[in-house]
Design a protein. Structure first.
Length: 64
């Protein structure tokens, strides 16, 4: 029974270490996703500003 308990303890330690690695990887993926979302948002804002400027230019050209 002691041997079985030791085997179970070892499996538990392996599972705990795997869980820690997975949590660490998840944290890295979340940080990367936040960075990508910020970059995407900045790009969308830039494109909206370009579109707005182009519309203003077209309106000013049309009114001349």
């Amino acid at each position: 029974m002691k041997e079985e308990l030791e085997k179970t303890w070892k499996r538990l330690k392996v599972a705990e270490e795997a869980e820690e690695r997975l949590c660490s990887q998840l944290g890295e993926f979340e940080a990367e996703a936040v960075d990508q979302a910020r970059a995407y948002r900045a790009r969308v804002i830039d494109l909206v500003e370009q579109l707005s400027a182009a519309q203003k230019l077209l309106q000013s050209m049309a009114s001349q």
